[in-house]
Design a protein around this ligand. Sequence first.
Ligand SMILES: *[C@@H]1O[C@H](CO)[C@@H](O)[C@H](O)[C@H]1NC(C)=O
Ligand SMILES: *[C@@H]1O[C@H](CO)[C@@H](O)[C@H](O)[C@H]1NC(C)=O
Ligand SMILES: *[C@@H]1O[C@H](CO)[C@@H](O)[C@H](O)[C@H]1NC(C)=O
Ligand SMILES: *[C@@H]1O[C@H](CO)[C@@H](O)[C@H](O)[C@H]1NC(C)=O
Ligand SMILES: *[C@@H]1O[C@H](CO)[C@@H](O)[C@H](O)[C@H]1NC(C)=O
Length: 498
Amino acid sequence: MSWGWQFFNALLILGILHNACVQGLGVNWGTVSSHRLPPEIVIQLLKDNGIQKVKIFDADPTILNALAGSGLEVMIATTNLELADMTDFSKAKEWVQNNVIKYNINSKDGVNITYVAVGNEPFLKDYKDRFTSVTAPALKNIQDALNEAGVGKTTKATIPFNGDVYYSPDYKPLPSAGIFRPDIADKMREILKILNENNAPFIVNIYPFLSLYYGRNFPLDYAFFNGAAPLIDGNIQYTNVLDANLDTLVSALKAEGYPNMPIIVGEIGWPTDGDGNANVTLAQRFYQGLIKHLASNQGSPLHPGYLEVYLFGLFDEDAKSILPGNFERSWGIFKYDGQPKFPLDFSGKGENNPLVAAKNVQYLPRNWCILKPDASNDTKIGENFNYACTNGADCTPLQAGSTCNFLDAKQKASYAFNSYFQVQNQVNMSCDFQGLAIVTSQDPSLPNCSFTIQISPYFAPGTTSHSSTKKKNAASASLPGALTFILAFVTVLAQLLL
Ligand SMILES: *[C@@H]1O[C@H](CO)[C@@H](O)[C@H](O)[C@H]1NC(C)=O
Ligand SMILES: *[C@@H]1O[C@H](CO)[C@@H](O)[C@H](O)[C@H]1NC(C)=O
Ligand SMILES: *[C@@H]1O[C@H](CO)[C@@H](O)[C@H](O)[C@H]1NC(C)=O
Ligand SMILES: *[C@@H]1O[C@H](CO)[C@@H](O)[C@H](O)[C@H]1NC(C)=O
Ligand SMILES: *[C@@H]1O[C@H](CO)[C@@H](O)[C@H](O)[C@H]1NC(C)=O
């Protein structure tokens, strides 16, 4: 045994390598929740799990101040609504000053801001060209401002795009035939030129779960990283949709003259509730397969080697729009309170390591709100149920295909009343429902359907109101448009495979 090997074993025994995370792995930290964990707790959670990179959907100073000195690499963002302003160079300079330079990015005590995402999926078809003309100028101004401030070599401006900006136009949509969508191809050319001049990466969000959700004939195994019959493209065999999708992008970039542009996957993940295929078993299979795939450093056939990836997402977010589907609030690897949902080995070495849970989480008291046992007016119960579900309660677990769908009508009312009561921080008035409801200290949870206690409201330093009153419009709008591309891509793909 060599000394090096013994040293390695010693590290293992000491547990030093225990939570080493696969190289390049990052997470998306979304905040569209009724209750947010304090940033300090989240940062400790990231460190405890060996996660080195984090992506946020804005430039929230509460989060950035807490990240100072953490050593984590951070991708911040301007929202789509800020893009128009960023077409004015003086405003872009001001933005960079206030959201990047201010954080002392090249100091150990500062925030290591490696990327600025300029908008989020601005060319989604659903946006109907609202951001089409402002995106490239905004990107150029932000990068120019970073360059002018002297940080352009270490902080890159880029744009997270949805997979619907490229596709494969053939009857058989083979990855090798990938091109950019004709309606935005001109704008894309301007953007690629700016990215290339600054050695900035192309960012794409890829969702195998949505391929399955929207492609009725999509073969389930093809969403994962084992067991799928291959798609044949020339002498290449694709056995997972991530590689095929990524290579469609590589082909599109090559067709524009950028065969070597760096690519980052900005979002990828699997939800655990809200759909028949959104459960913990499949989520674990997906993540473990993905991380193993990344750890192998094999890459895809046209993009071999290392791939930087940001998982979506860190936590469940109970205030997200469910327009894309009932699964939209259940993308977290961790629950709303930082408890892991399943074992996951972030090192990619195949052990079923438990994830480390959030520490020092403060909860509201152990009180639940339920329907009074003698409540009998079904009409009135129904009306109040609807009121709760349309006023902040998260009723997605009650829907068809979700975890708590098996409850009877009265239990469902209790579930909704409790969710509403927790969102309202258990204030007494919020457990009334026209006299139908009552507070209890007996946990009404059933096996496989948990009635939650919310975490204590978080007061950001220097504010008086808690964060649940702020509803951020971050990733919530990002999903529905993914489908245009995925539909086109996967339905034909399914025909090919079956
Ligand atoms: C920021 O992260 C990059 C990428 O890992 C690293 O090269 C650089 O040294 C870090 N900067 C600081 C100040 O820690
Ligand atoms: C998860 O979903 C798959 C596919 O729908 C199903 O076969 C499996 O039984 C589900 N697992 C659990 C634990 O619900
Ligand atoms: C049941 O509730 C409905 C709606 O709140 C109300 O109109 C009706 O009078 C109630 N029925 C009885 C028997 O109390
Ligand atoms: C809420 O109700 C509980 C139990 O009835 C009572 O002890 C408490 O003082 C009430 N709180 C408020 C703010 O009314
Ligand atoms: C809970 O879910 C698990 C996994 O789907 C299942 O095996 C078990 O039977 C369920 N328990 C109850 C009480 O429904």
